[in-house]
Design a protein around this ligand. Structure first.
Ligand code: ATP
Length: 252
């Protein structure tokens, strides 16, 4: 399998007026092409910092980070990010928001309209494509953000707590949707989450981090097959993984 993301000996220190914060220490992680990796750990363990370094929004203090063998030195269209707080453009309709990245890439009007409509339909917002973000609920805005991330078709999709602000039911619907999309057309995804079940249900591997400084404690391979659904959570294998991961997160 080809390597998509390579993180080698990465450390990150933030300098603040109250002193230095060692957010990450000696992180080594390889994400393969079309692999789904989730990152989980206690608050402050450096999950978002690691994802932001991969996204090129933050630079590592030490070590190297590569995407398809190219050193990452800033954001790039090969890596798309979806955040918890949607970051939609309030002055653009749903459709324009989804089309935005395609327009930046120079995709012609007809093609970007077709692609945007496909993903808007996929996330169940067909009737809302001409509305503005302020007229949508949080869950709907999150679906727009996901549609935009997918429409850009980056080689790597980086998701930072993408469903964190949603109620449980909407969150589960979104997880099902993401599973469905990933099973139909796999792509490399790295997702940060606080939710152990979400991490296990969606991923091929779960990276469990420890805090202060943020380190990788364990990488858990999840062998639940490709055809996962909401009901997979009820299986004994799933509960076994949940038990192992929960214990690792709590352990010192
Ligand atoms: N820009 C920054 N300046 C200073 N310190 C920072 C900055 N960003 C993050 N940190 C610190 O780095 C550490 C890791 O933060 P990070 O946001 O990556 O953790 P996290 O695991 O994503 O947390 P959470 O689960 O609460 O979102 C924390 O101690 C945080 O205070």
């Amino acid at each position: 399998m080809d390597e998509s993301i390579e993180v080698k000996n990465v450390s990150k220190k933030f300098h603040t007026k109250n002193g230095d914060v060692q957010a990450l220490s000696d992180i080594n992680l390889t994400v393969h092409d079309k692999e789904f990796v989730s990152i989980i750990g206690r608050s402050g363990c450096g999950k978002s910092t690691l994802l932001r370094i991969i996204g090129g929004l933050e630079t590592a203090s030490n070590g190297e980070v590569k995407c398809h063998s190219h050193e990452i030195d800033g954001p790039g269209s090969d890596r798309g990010m979806v955040f918890q707080h949607y970051s939609l453009f309030p002055w653009m309709t749903v459709k324009r928001n989804v089309e935005f990245g395609l327009k930046q890439k120079g995709t012609n009007k007809k093609t970007r309209s077709e692609i945007a409509e496909k993903y808007i339909d996929l996330v169940g917002l067909k009737e809302f494509e001409n509305l503005y973000p302020k007229n949508l609920s949080g869950g709907m805005q999150q679906r727009v953000a996901l549609a935009r991330g997918l429409a850009n078709d980056p080689e790597v999709l980086l998701l930072d707590e993408p469903f964190g602000a949603l109620d449980m039911q909407t969150r589960e619907d979104m997880q099902d949707l993401l599973l469905d999309i990933w099973q139909k057309s796999p792509k490399t995804i790295v997702m940060v989450t606080h939710d152990v079940e979400e991490a296990i249900l969606l991923a091929n591997r779960v990276v469990i981090m420890s805090s202060h400084p943020g380190k990788i404690k364990k990488i858990l391979k999840i062998e639940l097959g490709e055809q996962r659904r909401f009901e997979t959570r009820l299986t004994s294998e799933f509960l076994k993984y949940k038990g192992i991961a929960s214990k690792l997160i709590r352990s010192k």
